[in-house]
Design a protein. Sequence first.
Length: 304
Amino acid sequence: MRRATRINIGILLAGMTALAQGPGSYNPSVGVDLVGNWAPVFHEDSLERGAGPELVNYLGLPITDGARLSALSYNASRLTVPEHQCEVHIVSYTYRGPLNLRIWEVRDPVTQELTAIGNYIDDYEQSRMIWMTPHPEPSAAEPHTWMGYSTGKWEGAILTVRTDHIKRGWIRRNGLRESDNAVLVEHFIRHGDHLTHVTIVTDPDTLSEPLVKSQDFIPRRQNGEVWLYPCDAVVEIERPRGAVPNYLPGQNPFVGEFANKYHIPVEAALGGAETMYPEYQLKLKNMPLGVVPDPKVTAAGKSK
């Protein structure tokens, strides 16, 4: 008799829960509601994510020798070339910058099944669809895009997204480039009015280990935010046709600038997987500073 009573009580509680949820209620077992307008919180990495990182600051990044060599050839004046002035920040980088983010759901009009989750990023006016149900995948021969091709799934309350077919773009906005063979995995995690976005990039061409980053968002409630990003390229500097600013190997004048400023060995500033881990601090203690002459000071001395 007691066993039957317990079963009846269990059924009654389940029924009361269903009634409390009511029609149209959200089932948290298949995710959480990410819909809304979101604004980034710059309580970490603010210099890198806002004004931009220092030149030749690759510290803490698991870059390959090839990626480093390519980055050292980068001349920041390249951004004045018309083809680069309006170059979009790729999906694995753009969420780290100043932006307005809008998230919405796309549902089947008949079954109300969640078919996609849309993101609009006002930075360069980019839209992306995260496909939650089977969708035709692009072939290997199809062009890559700034936002790539994304598929998602709920893992409990966490939205996990995998993206490939991404164009070549930034790892860090000081010359470090991600290749178009990179794959991005994202986790969108909501706790009340706080959204954490974790990115994991793997790239066989530029990274020797996965690169993990995180950024946080809160609801954007104020009025007057701007959702457009008009960008028109103009000729800022007259150059011979086809000329692209660059540094040849061994000729980058800013190799020691970041290292000198913070009194760290140049080897550490040049990055690599080893520089990501706490144990690297022990190695730093036994490394000479190896200060490189400041090119501006050297130039001033020569002018005298």
